[in-house]
Design a protein around this ligand. Structure first.
Ligand code: 2P0
Length: 334
């Protein structure tokens, strides 16, 4: 088949409980191989829906607006990659990509995980290629590292792998969404423009932070401990690993030259209030990504009280409560 069909996919966002930060050397660099493995929770309330259809020329529409920028270039580079992986030769047919992010308005939450996962599924389905999730995860990773994890629901692990071609750097589901009734509170703090993109931030950490080697060295042990705690549904043990992974990653950024941080003042106030709440018997554990928002892992029963308490802090714009989300899905429409 050298033409495209029309296919649509839905992929949910994910938050890393053990973080990916830094890339290992790869040839070509577009393999996008992580220096650390990661472990994530897929979220029910945040997702991207993407349709790939034949068109007279390439066109990328995101949330109703046509883009011809760096984001569009990355989208079409991903379709080129999928075309080759599907076994087709020659030029890829032109495609219209329409994507809608169902993320809270202006939340400043990353959409690249759900976005590249949905694009990979819809694109491969439109091209008539194999839909096995493992190889698709390796392809999604090349669009964006965190996207490799968004093909599955529940709790997902992405090992860094050792092969130069990255074929063992593929995510896999550890536990389905119904394994454990946890919640992830997305505590949104007011946001300015990001100081530095995450790809550039990772590279600055790798090349200048004296803590980078320690960060990478500790990551496999964190993953194993987190997986064991997940299996046992042991929140205190898992939470300790989650915070350790998060704060090691942010310490690595602070120790870079020049230093950088994604936090604002409220970020730290939320963390301090969370720790105080924990002392008072409301157990929640913080993780923070390449942005100023705080994500809090807690049991379902604790979530309402914790959300209320953190939502009342000055500088907190909103608190969204997310449950474990489902697998990504796709359908071929015509
Ligand atoms: C993560 N982050 O594991 C980590 C934690 C941010 C902090 O993955 O360069 O957009 O496209 O592979 O996946 C954000 O970076 O980076 C990220 P690229 P990505 O979720």
């Amino acid at each position: 088949m050298s033409t495209l069909r029309t296919a649509r996919a839905v992929a949910h966002s994910n938050i890393a409980l053990c973080k990916y930060w830094g890339k290992r050397a790869s040839d070509p660099p577009s393999l996008n191989l992580p220096a650390t493995g990661s472990l994530s929770l897929t979220l029910d309330a945040l997702w991207t829906e993407t349709e790939v259809a034949p068109a007279a020329q390439d066109r990328f529409e995101l949330d109703g607006a046509v883009h011809a920028d760096d984001a569009a270039r990355k989208v079409f580079a991903q379709l080129d990659r999928l075309w080759r992986a599907a076994g087709h030769g020659g030029a890829r047919p032109a495609a219209a990509v329409r994507s809608v992010n169902h993320l809270p308005t202006a939340a400043g939450l990353a959409s690249s995980a759900s976005g590249f996962a949905a694009l990979t599924l819809a694109g491969m389905a439109a091209m008539g290629g194999a839909m096995e999730r493992g190889p698709l995860s390796a392809l999604a990773r090349q669009g964006s590292g965190s996207a490799a994890r968004s093909l599955w629901g529940g709790f997902v692990r992405l090992d860094r792998g050792v092969r130069p071609d990255g074929e063992d750097c593929v995510a896999r589901p550890l536990f389905p969404a119904n394994h454990w009734d946890v919640r992830l509170l997305v505590v949104q703090t007011t946001s300015g423009k990001k100081a530095i993109g995450s790809t550039a931030g990772m590279e600055r950490s790798r090349t200048t932070s004296p803590y980078y080697a320690a960060w990478v060295d500790g990551s496999d042990a964190d993953l194993d401990r987190a997986q064991q705690a997940l299996a046992a549904r042991d929140l205190a043990t898992l939470g300790a690993v989650v915070e350790h992974s998060c704060f090691k990653m942010h310490a690595c950024m602070l120790a870079s030259q020049p230093p950088f941080s994604y936090w604002n003042g409220t970020t730290l106030e939320v963390v301090r209030a969370l720790w105080a709440a924990r002392e008072a018997g409301l157990a929640g554990y913080a993780t923070i990504d390449a942005g100023p928002h705080v994500k809090v892992l807690c049991e379902a029963a604790t979530a309402p009280a914790l959300a209320k308490r953190l939502g009342e802090l000055p500088g907190v714009v909103a608190v969204q409560t997310c449950a474990p989300g489902p697998d990504a899905s796709h359908e071929v429409l015509s």
